[in-house]
Design a protein around this ligand. Structure first.
Ligand SMILES: [Zn+2]
Length: 584
């Protein structure tokens, strides 16, 4: 799904920015990776807590000793204090729980960051409120500037109804508008934006997309999936300075929520934003201003250049790395564009749609194969059961043709699965990268769309884990909140956000708190091939740690959502303390 598409980005320029990344990362990486553990003492020691290590042989201890950016040792408070050098920073935990920093395996920094600094529409309760917020925001920005993102959700409105351009035209006469639904699969454009894009009743339908029209055939302003590009292709691309603003806003929210690593997904297989983000990331890192580890997943179309440059996954350093490639097999359930083997229950004519790339499966497979042969990791969005089945088939074919290797190919969302496909994740070593918040969000209405049978294998975290698959957790932020504790609450309770399922929606698919923490730390690190340096509290691992207000392993799981992160350390440095703004 393309948020932005620029015709002006030259391949040379992209190549240059990737090469620049290559040089920068080599320089930075050599110093960071050479660090060894055990020489000298600890300069930071956390004592007197309950430290959940993620290490099976020693799951819980009292204290952690940190040397520089890495963990030196774990053990009793007395033993760790003995390692402290004179003047070391001693952090008393007072019994509180310490976890490895959370790693969100699926975020969208560009839109999430833009949302933080732009119009806020998610919690609107009606069309009137939606209109008022857009009107108020338009007054704060220069004429002619686009109003974008917003993450609106008509399912929260009373009454539930998709908006039309007429709702906002008279309050946005001087601003083109293309605000996105929370699932990113549809936008609402105003008359100004449609005029700029030359879209009217004569505009033809787009393969892989939908233009909603009124009884006379005029576009209503709603554009789904590939049709969104009719409008979004007219938006000027975000600059490096824009990306910097988004990154800085993102890392602040991340630190408050205990997120020390994110895996940032391209918005389409040709999304040009990745290289621009890489430039902003690299500059922030060189200036020492980056406080969040980022795996940048470029669109699949960049595979050719990356293979020509000899970049393999993961390439970079401990702050930023590249080498995974994102693509899409279908749309989303909210927009009824997720691709199924059987039609939608509420629309027997609709099976959903394959993505624009998936419209030409052999070409898509050829791109997969090129990337696979170059040692790059494939990350593919699949929501409907047919989309998941088709991608599993393609991954299986890669293994047959190119032989077994430690690929760590992933399916993002893995939302609704054919029961017979569940064991294939473990058999084919395909990582299920899932977002528990989606389950308690979509769980409100998914059964209306796909009926009572298919929902049993929707967000099937229990079945996937039991089958032996590696399940990594993420948020899909800004589709879900960048709050892993809410994700853990969702995975453990499965209580939908409308509070209509107090015992859990599809309760057989609940998982435990420990499984959820592992999915948000070690498994997420494994999914980005970084489990040797992060995801556990163990000697030699990066000192990315969080301190929580309550012990999520012992409290009533229903209360996990209210637990707060009290402190976040990134590479041994305290980057957030609750109640002390400016610590990050
Ligand atoms: Zn996503």
């Amino acid at each position: 799904m393309g948020l932005r598409r620029s015709a002006s980005l030259s391949p040379t320029w992209i190549s240059q920015s990737l090469t620049w990344m290559l040089v920068g990362a080599c320089l930075a990486g050599s110093a960071a990776r050479a660090q060894t553990v055990g020489v000298g003492g600890a300069d930071v020691v956390l004592v007197g807590g309950k430290v959940w290590t993620g290490v099976a042989s020693d799951p819980v201890t009292q204290a952690v000793a940190i040397q520089g950016t890495h963990i030196l040792a774990t053990g009793t408070s007395a033993a760790m204090l003995k390692l402290a050098v004179p003047g070391a920073k001693i952090i008393p935990l007072n019994g509180r729980l310490v976890l490895p920093g959370f790693n969100d395996a699926h975020v969208h920094i560009q839109i999430g960051g833009a949302n933080l600094v732009g119009v806020h529409l998610t919690d609107c309760k009606s069309q009137a409120e939606f209109r008022e917020r857009i009107a108020a925001y338009a007054k704060t920005i220069p004429k002619g500037k686009w109003i974008l993102n917003g993450s609106w959700d008509e399912q929260r409105w009373s009454p539930v109804a998709l908006p039309t351009h007429q709702l906002i035209d008279d309050v946005t006469p001087d601003h083109p508008v293309a605000v996105s639904r929370t699932d990113l699969h549809m936008i609402l454009a105003n008359a100004y934006a449609m005029k700029l894009a030359g879209v009217d009743r004569n505009t033809k339908d787009v393969p892989g997309g939908v233009i909603l029209r009124d009884a006379e055939g005029n576009p209503t302003g709603i554009f789904k999936d590939a049709a969104k590009d009719l409008i979004l292709s007219k938006i000027p691309a975000d600059t490096e300075a824009d990306m910097e603003t988004y990154l800085l806003a993102t890392q602040e929210v991340a630190a408050e929520n205990g997120v020390t690593s994110v895996q940032d997904m391209a918005l389409s297989s040709t999304d040009p934003a990745g290289p621009v983000k890489l430039q902003a990331l690299q500059r922030l890192e060189h200036e020492g201003r980056l406080k969040l580890r980022v795996a940048e997943c470029l669109g699949l179309a960049y595979g050719k250049q990356m293979s020509e440059l000899g970049i393999e996954e993961p390439f970079g350093n401990e702050m930023v790395h590249v080498g995974c490639l994102k693509s899409f097999a279908d749309g989303g359930l909210g927009a009824s564009t997720a691709w199924f083997t059987e039609p939608y229950t509420d629309n027997p004519k609709n099976y959903g749609i394959a993505s624009d790339t998936m419209q030409h499966p052999e070409e898509m497979y050829a791109e997969f194969k090129l990337a696979d042969e170059a040692g790059l990791q494939l990350i593919t969005h699949a929501i409907g059961d047919r989309a998941n089945h088709t991608i599993l088939d393609m991954y299986e074919r890669l293994e047959k043709e190119d032989g077994p290797s430690d690929r760590r190919d992933r399916i993002e969302h893995a939302q609704t699965l054919l029961p017979e496909d569940i064991p294939r994740f473990a058999q084919l070593h395909v990582i299920a990268s899932v977002q528990p918040y989606h389950a308690i969000d979509d769980g409100r209405w998914a059964e209306k769309r796909i009926g009572p049978e298919r929902v049993k294998y929707t967000y099937a975290f229990r079945s996937l884990m039991d089958s032996g698959a590696v399940v990594a957790f993420g948020s899909d932020w800004p589709v879900g909140p960048l709050v892993p504790l809410t994700g853990i609450y969702a995975a453990v309770t499965r209580r939908t956000i409308d509070e209509k399922n107090p015992s859990g929606w599809m309760p057989l698919q609940k998982v435990t708190v420990a499984e959820s923490v592992k999915a948000y730390t070690y498994n997420a690190a494994y999914a980005e091939r970084e489990e040797t340096i992060k995801g556990r509290i163990a000697p030699g691992q990066l000192a990315d740690l969080i301190v929580l207000s309550d012990d999520i392993f012992t409290i009533d799981p229903v209360k996990i959502d209210a637990v707060r992160v009290e402190m976040t350390l990134l590479g041994g440095q305290v980057i957030y303390t609750r109640g002390k703004p400016g610590t990050h």
